[in-house]
Ligand binder design. Sequence first.
Ligand code: ADP
Ligand code: MG
Length: 649
Amino acid sequence: MKKQTIRDIDLAGKKVFLRVDFNVPLDKEGHITDDSRIIASLPTINYLVDNGAKVIIASHMGRPDGEYTEGLRLDPVARRLSEILGRDVKKMDVVLDDYVKRAVANMKDKEIILLENIRMDIRETDNDDHFAKELASLADVFVNDAFGAAHRAHASTEGVSKYIPGVAGLLMEKELAHLSRAIENPEKPFVVIIGGAKITDKIGIIENLLNKVDSVLIGGGMANTFLMAQGYKVGKSLVEPDKLDVANNILEEAKRLKVKILLPVDCMIATLPREKDTVEYCSSMDNINQDKMILDIGPETVKLYEKEIKTAKTIVWNGPMGVFEVDDFSKGTEGVAKAVANGEAFSIVGGGDSMAALKKVGLSYKINHISTGGGASLEFLEGKRLPGIEALIDKEIEKKRKPVIVGNWKMHMNHAETRNFLEKFLDEYQQNDTEVGFCVPFTSLQVADRMKEKGIKIGAQNFYYTKEGAYTGEVSLEMLSDYHIDYILIGHSERRSLFLEDNELLRKKLEKAIDSKVTPIFCVGESDEQREANHTKAVLMDQLASAFVNVSEQDAEKVIIAYEPVWAIGTGKTATKEMADETIAFIRQWFKETYSTRLSDKIRIQYGGSVKPGNIRELMSMPNIDGALVGGASLIPEDFLALVNRKEE
Ligand code: ADP
Ligand code: MG
């Protein structure tokens, strides 16, 4: 997903809250020993200043845990930054107080203020909402350039984006561009090199990238567990015996995908990582001295890995091949570092220790991208969503909600009818970029399972929120889990009016569905009387507020809302597409005010008032309508096909 950057917005005269990663190492006297993180932020700061912004910079350093710790103040950073920028940097002695607010209020264009180490306020790591709001009130725009902290949901990396729009800085943009290039469309052959201490830390990368790579080269401590899984005896080496299954699964999956997984064929061993005089070379993994530990890959393994690295077009490397901190065990890592640096491939290196190993051999400059974020780059390569990135505005807002059309069969369709329907529907249906599903009667769930083969989702129409008990006639979500349902309808107007389900019950149902990871389709809507009395908005707000009272933003994002104008269903009265869009815009606004702009841009809202092939296109052309909950027209294969393909008949 592409995020907006500082280049997409107007900056002149604007106050910018810029989050950077100035977490630089200091020596005992408090001098900066490595200023690469400050250097890395210069392009963004210069761009902001050159475009006339007022820049308020925030960063963390170390872990002051909410205390004003003298050794962790940002004064050395301010001095260094001012030196390299050739500009004044006004350093604040607190994170945020009235003095800071006044200083910010009086800023002139192109001025730079650096707040005190933001983690000296405990509300930062707590992602305290008030604090985030106060930070946001300092500025007009939030710019996140702290890729290294993007995997944390803190007030200055995530919270502020709820109150002011967030965009990426240039360093963040570069990180995302390079890392995405590797995971989205890597040029082949794609080789991943994984080392470091433990399987646990790095397995996510292998799992996420396995279906994209051509080979995986494994070294370091994590290779031991793979070797053990293959039946080798690894002596006193670092192993994770509880991860043998994980290793075996990867090996099997790799075989199925025809991905090469290479393990060390020779190694360096010793009694302990530090005991040089006990070092031995072991030319085969079959006869390792059982009193010793494997501490580095051997020269034959380096040669084997070099061969793969040479032909690669894309390389991702994370984790050293051995205990490289000790010279005797650094040759494997250095060999691999040289091969990667001298190879032709587009190369990405992440992880603090791998970076240090590269620096040691003086070849960092030959690597295409060395990620500034250890943990963040790992999580990104694992395919996880990083809160600090999610918080930023997407490039194409209008395209990002996936259309979703769901049929609701209500109390129709026995087994034979279900089969008949499937016969016709599945024959013609072609999956496209619209999410399609059916909420069927309980009795059809098993038969309907076939739909999943074509990517169609299946839902149930009702459930009771407890797991089991004396509730004659009810079915629980746990019971429904046997049918692997994707959706569950909640709050449909018929349940509200005929079966008297009230807001309290619907809240419990919604929370239960969220807990069970089934996507709720939560219906809201007003009756004829309510509409006539001009109560539409009040009714909708009441229905939403009582249902979502305990729902977090993250969970709310997964809910699909269906708006049913109950007054227009089967009454002959019609809701025009403009009326439908206006009410749905109101619902969207409610989510914006209750949660955030981000959520209101994201949450999908369907329209559910007599949708037919004849009106689907005009409805879906409205900016706020993302799909439809379809009753009658979902019972006839031809009609529903026309509908999901948005063909008017
Ligand atoms: P990175 O920082 O690059 O992500 P890790 O932190 O995962 O890498 O792992 C680096 C650590 O792994 C180093 O301290 C190194 O000594 C250790 N290590 C590498 N190989 C072995 C091994 N065979 N046995 C024990 N420790 C190892
Ligand atoms: Mg490390």
